[in-house]
Write a protein that binds this ligand. Sequence first.
Ligand code: TEU
Ligand code: CA
Length: 536
Amino acid sequence: MQEKWWHNAVVYQVYPKSFMDSNGDGIGDLPGITSKLDYLAKLGITAIWLSPVYDSPMDDNGYDIADYQAIAAIFGTMEDMDQLIAEAKKRDIRIIMDLVVNHTSDEHAWFVEACENPDSPERDYYIWRDEPNDLDSIFSGSAWEYDEKSGQYYLHFFSKKQPDLNWENEKLRQKIYEMMNFWIDKGIGGFRMDVIDMIGKIPDEKVVNNGPMLHPYLKEMNQATFGDKELLTVGETWGATPEIAKLYSNPERHELSMVFQFEHSLLDNEPGKEKWDLKPLDVSELKAVLSKWQTELGNEGWNSLFWNNHDLPRIVSRWGNDKEYRVRSAKAFAILLHMMKGTPYIYQGEELGLTNTPVSSIEELDDIESINMYHDRIERGFSVESIMESLNAKGRDNARRPIPWTAEANGGFTTGTPWLALNPNYKEINVEAELQNPDSVFHTYRKLIQLRKDHPIVVWGDYELLETNSNVFAYYRTLGEERWLTVVNLSDSEEEISVDARFNKVLVANTEDEITDLHAYKLSPWQAFVVELSGN
Ligand code: TEU
Ligand code: CA
């Protein structure tokens, strides 16, 4: 595969509402992000995925866009956006924009015109039916909403204020490509594409993901916009398998650079049920899924690597131990993921080992998905206790608490009142403390990012899983004569590993435990290390 800049990039995701507030209104904004670029440069990341900052009524915190070429006032101005791109460029950091084109806001001019003037061309930019079918919205309830004025129903797979776009309409597709080129001309580094595998949907046949026209549309988009411009494009594809991922990311197919696959993110759901129906993680299943993705793309595709994003709970609370082993387990998950093959994504706060923020009442939550689920399950007779347990484990607000920069009031995030309360543990866990402590989670992430920059084996080495006890996840990376071994104990208990190999040096570790001989080596709880093996 021809080497591209994103093959050894490390991407940092910023959720603008919760990153840094620059004007005291309690809401993060663009000048706030620009003011923290030196912090991100110190971490060593090479690109920022910026969650939506476009004009929006914020029904889904910006994933409901009213104007793709205007900045939401709460986040700043287009000048602030241009400055962020320019200041980032000075630090060799590229800005990846969030492309949300499966749906718009119902306050987008297109939808307003479509409702006010049913004979307008904009009407067919959306999906209307005289009768709804039983498709459900991902945010609970029916996926169809009745429009009094026209006596028809429109499709919305997310909230009622997020009507789905009709990609079968060529004029609409051209308008989207024009909008993408508007941003490309501003010097951005690429696009993260929201629920992109839904744009080929056929609602009447209840085909949602991976519709027949999906890939033809992506080829057309590629040719009309980013195709020949060395831009990173990553698709959010909840329905992807390794075979499907190759269709997107095989360079010969001229579609995308890579996709976010979520198979590992469904391992603590009861099979076939919703994410709220909890099941403990079985580490063997995690090893199987990640190893499949590490080996089955071969040279015909490229992986993304992530534990967290703005929709997922914090990994150290989800699958780690966010109490006595918070730092060690946070580092264990970082080492496990960052030594794998693919482009790593760090979600804001992950580099600090931030934890989930449990709440005792729905009033303390903001996320539309969580609030809709709460009322839906109350109606379906679920107990408040069971619902709150699900929300505290999987709710999206766990990811969206403002970033704690210091131990000062409101973590130094704002001089005002934060739009969403910080996790009360910000006095202990914050950027200032992490920077001052050379053994912090932050410095482990910095070291892992540097290893990827300095050693091609991390980017191109072949992956091979080792047979180990179930709670131990260990694998080789091999490039030519060079061989690295990563070993991680994903449990609160001691474990043992036995590897018939000698090693030259320890490249990174999360404990002071001496690593001598790997024969019958005792691993302490959550112990993790990477060693460079000596000649076979
Ligand atoms: O997410 C798609 C999606 O299905 C998840 O939002 C949803 O939370 C699912 O239950 C995950 O468990 C994308 C964006 O990432 C998300 O923030 C938006 O809310 C959604 O699309 C609609 O734009
Ligand atoms: Ca602000």
